[in-house]
Design a protein around this ligand. Structure first.
Ligand SMILES: [Zn+2]
Ligand SMILES: [Zn+2]
Length: 403
């Protein structure tokens, strides 16, 4: 498998060029959400000379490219997300986005380039390949559920058989460049958005007894919810609720009628997720009621827990250890409370996501600007590892029955 690494390294200049093109593209047009026409065009150009059957989705800019092997075998799905974030880039890179408010701050440009690289490598080994590889290029990971739209549009029915295994990588500056990290079971959390509107009665700030001031109630709800989590949720099946926005009022001497809290609910199991939703629906109205007011709770159901199938994760782990250098691959002790719409695919197909370290040289993993930071910089050298690992997973699956 070291040949794959060498072949991947030979592709690096091409992948760097592609990645920078995707990154800088935002100079001219914002490409976030589910519709990324320019990005899709670049990906299609990059795949044009390969022996792939292309399916272009209509509901989104999703692309599924199928590579058929030379003999029967399982269908393997490999995925890259392609979308950017609403972030002003402050990296100072010579290929930095010049479009205010748009940046590839989550590294999806590297994911896209790596999957193109894997398509190129595997196409050159079509005679060794059994079964079919589906390359899933998806938009809308950053809050737009692009993966769910692609499933609804037939992602899993692209070829005759459904995928028997699925694999994705996500770059991360927490880990040294080229490091691979994963765990069986929950790898990332679910993410539901909660909005609480406390309804009081406006009035003069000097006479709160004549009004119903929603601001202290909102503050009490925040603290009561945080306390309730520590009392009601099993510490071994944890959850997080963070109120990240609180807004009310217009000036110093007016009690407003409403206060709004917006936050996120994160969990690593469906049972804790349901408990947290019930908790906030119970606590907020009762706190408000204790003060003679009302609170409306709206929960916008978001991404599911990303659950790595244990068998497939063990398989990917062993492939990674065979393919990469000693010491590059380690198991993670704990999940991460970020979330991913890859969880939608893993609800349908057993599979795995691994993190790929991409901390730039000279910076300390974990201290370097992280995902979604306006200063996030990734080591492009990590694409050698990612491209080789994508290809190795697909190649090995076709020669290892039952994986
Ligand atoms: Zn992200
Ligand atoms: Zn991401």
């Amino acid at each position: 498998m070291t040949d794959l690494l060498a072949a991947s390294r030979a592709l690096l200049p091409e992948l760097v060029q592609l990645r920078r093109l995707l990154h800088r593209l935002l100079h001219r047009f914002p490409e976030r959400g589910n519709h990324l026409p320019l990005t899709r065009g670049i990906v299609l150009d990059a795949l044009a000379d390969l022996p792939l059957d292309l399916s272009l989705h209509n509901s989104t800019s999703g692309v599924v490219a199928a590579l058929r092997g030379s003999r029967p075998g399982p269908v393997t799905l490999l995925r890259a997300d392609m979308d950017a974030l609403p972030v002003n880039e402050d990296t100072g890179l010579e290929f930095a986005s010049e479009h205010p408010g748009f940046m590839h701050a989550c590294g999806h440009d590297l994911h896209t380039a790596m999957l193109v690289g894997a398509a190129r490598l595997l196409s050159s080994m079509q005679d060794q390949l059994g079964g079919t590889v589906l390359f899933m290029f998806q938009p809308g990971e950053e809050g737009f559920a692009g993966a769910r739209f692609m499933i609804e549009e037939g992602l899993l029915d692209t070829v005759e058989e459904k995928p028997a295994g699925a694999f994705a990588l996500h770059v991360n500056t927490w880990f040294a460049s080229g490091a691979v990290r994963h765990r069986a079971g929950a790898q990332l959390a679910s993410d539901d958005e909660v909005r609480i509107t406390v309804r009081g009665k406006g009035g003069h700030a000097s006479s709160p007894h004549l009004a119903y001031d929603p601001i202290p109630v909102a503050a009490e709800i925040v603290l009561a919810v945080e306390t309730a989590i520590t009392r009601r949720i099993n510490v071994f099946d944890p959850g997080v609720i963070t109120f990240a926005t609180i807004s009310a009022g217009t000036t110093h001497n007016v009690i407003p009628e409403h206060a709004l809290l917006v936050g996120t609910i994160r969990a690593l199991s469906d049972s804790t997720r349901e408990q947290l939703q019930a908790l906030v629906k119970r606590v907020a109205p009762h706190i408000a009621s204790a003060h003679g007011m009302e609170a409306d709770v709206d929960i916008d159901i978001g991404y599911p827990v990303t659950v790595n199938d244990p068998e497939h994760t063990t398989f990917v782990d062993s492939v990674a250890r065979q393919t990469l250098d000693d010491g590059q691959v380690e198991w993670m002790d704990t999940p991460v409370m970020g979330s991913e719409d890859w969880g939608y695919v893993l609800e349908e197909v057993p599979g795995t996501m691994s993190f790929l370290g991409a901390c730039p040289p000279g910076l300390v993993p974990g201290e370097a600007p992280g995902l979604h930071s306006n200063r996030a910089v990734f080591d492009e050298e990590a694409m050698v590892t990612g491209t080789a690992l994508h290809a190795a997973v697909a190649l090995t699956r076709t020669t290892t029955p039952g994986t």
